[in-house]
Design a protein around this ligand. Structure first.
Ligand code: CA
Length: 588
């Protein structure tokens, strides 16, 4: 009773918008500036992945030393893509197969573990990964492979509530970190290869009650407080016939939030099926065939889920160039408010943060085949002969013309998050240089079955490397430096005010680069491939750095000629934490 009263009082003092016990909206807004905790995926909801800490810097990073490592154990050693969170002396990580761990940051000792008991028959397309949680109030939230969202007590790991996002039997799942804005837990969904409908959902963080839903394919209705709100787009404006009903657009990578414009941005994945001839214009007459809002970024009001703006990167997408990659809020060197995103399609885009309008785009990988460039309106200048051929036009009606496309379907960049440094003004983009043979086939929708209508073989385009970490000037699109890596890069990037850029490789190296020159200043072999997201924070006057090591994710699932660059890599599952030796740190 007393606790209820205090909660009600705190809520009233906070203007009734937040349950102010524990982590508050203000704490989330200050996540980058407050270096003693990491409460959000992205180290701030703008997703800059930048720390203002300077204790660790270019001069002393060569002395960075491991302090503890934590094993995720068990037989479930699959891809480990989590970004750790830090709150009140505790680290929270998620693991493959929808697990969560709370760890004492000083000792590396486990405090509790939560293991979502997944049903038989889940349909994750691209490994059983999880990318992290979100902290608010006295709870931590994360999504599970059976398309649920779970709220756990921060102290005990006990389940506070558990809600269904969608039906896993229809191909839905969830792997991204949720984002929390003004007391709402906001999630997307996964399953774009199964003809699902991409959607963004917001729930009351305290109760788990759904507040709004926003499907991202035109023709579908949104909801607000349990009632229909508005239709997404205009029915059959850009989709022929009934194709919109199974139109894909999975919002599988979560979102970002810009407090200046009070906008959340989610990306929508490929339209379904992959065979773009089934979604072409003229069926019915007049439909443009752009297939909105698949392969788009969508700016929304976080309170209602109403769409404020959209920007489509690949109209009538036909190469699996999902439009989900993270959209980072930043201000450029002139102080202009911008969004930046590095798309699967190989182009790096800058948008106006006020209205989502296109500012500029430049290629960030080499030898792009499907488009000559991006015009002044942000629309691709398609190379039509590089669209996989129409199977209906083939002699046997079964296999359309095979084309070789760059980037491959795994993208110039995939999910692995880039970082921005307000210090240099640059973005640090983990990219991959590769292509694919791709062709189209006939396909019909069947619930819970892959809905592609395409076949493909992925291939390197250079002998020397696939992976390429690039420092990109967003004002010009110029590549300031590049670090080439044999295997495809699949890990997140982090920048610091100490002039460091951190990322990891599938070969297991955790590396610190000079943010201005790209010089490798330090590296550590973690024992398995790194596909996780590094963080840094301050504890008792010392700067710590953590990253998870554990090879997996989408790359090893697709053979092709890429397999020989990764098929020797060992599985793993270790969270590594580093700091400077105390005498060195205090000498600073
Ligand atoms: Ca896809």
């Amino acid at each position: 009773m007393r606790k209820l009263f205090i909660a009600a009082l705190a809520s009233a003092l906070a203007g009734g918008t937040a349950y102010a016990e524990g982590v508050s909206e203000q704490d989330l807004a200050n996540d980058t500036a407050n270096t003693s905790s990491v409460l959000t995926n992205g180290m701030g909801r703008h997703l800059q992945r930048y720390s203002p800490l300077t204790m660790l810097n270019k001069d002393n990073v060569s002395k960075l030393t491991p302090v503890w490592a934590f094993s995720l154990g068990g037989e479930k050693q699959r891809g480990q893509e989590t970004q750790p969170l830090i709150h009140d002396g505790v680290m929270y990580i998620t693991g493959s197969y929808s697990r969560m761990y709370a760890i004492d940051v000083k000792t590396g000792k486990e405090l509790w573990q939560y293991d979502a008991r997944l049903p038989e028959g889940i349909l994750p397309c691209c490994d059983v990964v999880n990318r992290g949680g979100a902290i608010y109030g006295d709870k931590i939230y994360f999504g599970t492979l059976d398309a649920r969202i779970v709220a756990l007590d921060l102290k005990t790991g006990k389940v506070a509530w558990r809600k269904k996002i969608a039906d896993y039997k229809a191909g839905y799942s969830y792997t991204a970190a949720p984002i929390i804005v003004n007391g709402l837990v906001i999630t997307g969904n996964s399953g774009g290869e199964f003809g699902i409908i991409g959607e963004v959902q917001a729930r009351d963080a305290e109760t788990g009650e759904t507040v709004w839903t926003r499907p991202v394919i035109e023709g579908h209705m949104g909801t607000l407080n349990g009632k229909p709100s508005t239709m997404t787009g205009t029915l059959n404006a850009t989709w022929p016939g009934d194709m919109w009903k199974t139109g894909g657009g999975a919002t599988w990578l979560g979102g970002s939030y810009d407090a200046d414009t009070d906008t959340i941005v989610f990306g929508a994945g490929n339209p379904a099926p992959w065979n773009s001839w089934l979604r072409a214009a003229g069926k019915p007459k007049g439909a443009e065939g752009d297939n909105l809002y698949a392969a788009s970024r969508i700016g929304m009001d976080p309170a209602t889920g109403e769409i404020k703006w959209h920007f489509q990167t690949t109209p009538r997408e036909g190469w699996d160039y999902d439009g989900v990659n993270e959209v980072v809020a930043y201000s450029n060197r002139n102080g202009e408010k911008r969004w930046a995103t590095a798309d699967r399609n190989g182009f790096f885009y800058v948008l106006n943060r006020e209205d989502g309008k296109f500012v500029r785009a430049a290629p960030f990988v080499k030898n792009i085949t499907w488009a000559k460039g991006i015009d002044e309106n942000g629309r691709p200048e398609f190379v039509e002969e590089n669209r996989p051929g129409d199977p209906a036009a083939a002699a046997d009606g079964k296999k359309g013309e095979v084309i070789f496309a760059v980037p491959s379907f795994l993208g110039g960049k995939n999910w692995m998050p880039m970082a921005h440094s307000p210090k240099t003004g640059n973005f640090y983009v983990p990219s991959n240089e590769w292509g694919m043979d791709i062709w189209n086939e006939p396909v019909t929708y069947k619930k819970g079955a892959a809905y592609l209508g395409s076949g493909f073989t992925i291939k390197p385009i250079f002998d020397s490397h696939i992976g390429s970490l690039k420092a990109i000037d967003p004002d010009t699109g110029d590549i300031k430096w590049e670090y080439k890596n044999n295997a495809p890069l699949w890990a997140g990037v982090m920048t610091t005010a100490g002039g460091l850029v951190f990322t990891g490789t599938p070969e297991g190296e955790f590396i610190a680069f000079d943010d201005e020159t790209g010089e490798k200043l330090w590296s550590f072999q973690t024992g398995s491939g790194i596909v996780g997201q590094p963080i840094t924070w301050e504890q008792d006057g010392e700067q710590f750095v953590s990253v998870i090591s554990g090879w997996g994710g989408a790359v090893p699932l697709w053979g092709g000629e890429v397999a020989k660059k990764v098929n020797y890599l060992n599985q793993g599952g270790l969270l590594w934490t580093f700091k400077l030796p105390k005498e060195l740190a205090s000498a600073n």
